[in-house]
Design a protein around this ligand. Structure first.
Ligand code: ADP
Ligand code: F6P
Length: 319
């Protein structure tokens, strides 16, 4: 039976990570185990930045975004040699199992460590919602609410001037934040890699729309899809709409986790400890409705991403 469990957060931080830590700490103490924070993701394993966590460490962090045990990216962790160094550090501390909260890159590291003898459980920590083995990732619900609130504010000012707002939404290669926020804010256009909007056609439609003097126009663009500033300028030049561009950026990643985020994250943290206690490793936890599930990490990484085509269909119906 494992006695000492480590926990680390890796890749981009996400609201809810502190809640997962809370759930893991409380469960460890309940099951009579020790829990250790590896500060700064996999880098903390190489730098030996490891601290035993007190039962109450995360009590006041439940409503705090970010991650109290820091995060980092360590590209060299792909190398076997570096993974063996990490194993040595864990062995030195007597840590027999590890919880890794991060995205798909972090999952790969967790699988490699499991194959080298340290059972690891992955928790889906990323605002992007780009992990297919779960319906929702830690951080997605909070980031979505932050995006929607920010857009609502933009619309307040935009509609006062009958303007067009072009808003770029973060999410790396995954359009979920853009798509879900587009529906929640009644956007006129949602531009993502999945729906392939024809920009020339959109410009022609906007020219027609201008003739009807709409209250405002809202266009959401997924990060990394196109040059948002250039698009806003083109709309301004060609359609007659007074147009402003906003890139939401890192504002999306911070802030107080929503209630659902906390519930999911705390439960996932607790479940990770339970699985490690049963000797299970090399898997990642996900949600399916209110149920918690786990999937082999390689299988999880091979799953096809849900493109939510029905959401685009709904958007077409209501726009
Ligand atoms: P995320 O986990 O959010 O997708 P990254 O892709 O940056 O973020 O990965 C986070 C960290 O996981 C990387 O900095 C690296 O330390 C580790 N990692 C990424 N890919 C691998 C891999 N193929 N093998 C082992 N570790 C990896
Ligand atoms: O993966 C989370 C994320 O916020 C992406 O949405 C974004 O593309 C990226 O991280 C930004 O990374 P950084 O914080 O290193 O600029």
């Amino acid at each position: 039976m494992v006695k000492k469990i480590g926990i680390l957060t890796s890749g981009g931080d996400a609201p809810g990570m502190n809640d997962a830590i809370f759930g893991a700490i409380r469960t460890c103490y309940k099951l009579d185990k020790e829990i250790y924070a590896i500060y700064g993701g996999y880098k903390g394993l190489i730098d030996d930045n490891i601290v035993k966590l007190d039962k109450n460490f995360a009590d006041t962090l439940i409503n705090r975004g970010g991650t109290a045990i820091k995060t980092a990216r360590l590209p060299e962790f792909k190398e076997d040699k570096v993974q063996y160094e990490a194993i040595e550090t864990l062995k030195k501390h007597g840590i027999e199992a590890l919880i890794v909260v991060g995205g798909d890159g972090s999952y790969m590291g967790a699988k490699k460590l499991t194959e080298k003898g340290i059972n690891c459980i992955g928790l889906p920590g990323t605002i992007d919602n780009d992990i297919s083995s779960t319906e929702t990732t830690i951080g997605f619900d909070t980031a979505l609410n932050t995006v929607v609130e920010a857009i609502d504010r933009i619309v307040d000012t935009s509609s006062s001037h009958n303007r067009c707002a072009v808003v770029e939404v973060m999410g790396n290669k995954c359009p979920d934040l853009t798509l879900f926020a587009g529906i929640a804010t009644g956007a006129n256009y949602i531009l993502t890699a999945d729906n392939n909007v024809n920009v020339d056609k959109m410009i022609e439609e906007l020219k027609e729309l201008k003739k009807t003097n709409p209250d405002h126009v809202l266009i959401l663009v997924a990060e990394k899809l196109l040059d948002t500033a250039a698009l806003a300028k083109r709309i301004m030049d060609e359609t007659g709409f007074d147009t402003r561009e906003t890139v939401l950026g890192h504002i999306q990643r911070g802030g107080t986790p929503t209630a659902m985020e906390r519930v999911n994250s705390i439960r996932m943290g607790a479940y990770a400890v339970e699985l490690l206690d049963k000797g299970i490793g090399g898997v990642c936890i996900g949600t399916k409705g209110y149920e918690l599930i786990y999937t082999d990490i390689y299988d999880a990484l091979n799953l096809e991403r849900d493109k939510h085509e029905d959401f685009y269909y709904t958007h077409d119906l209501i726009k």
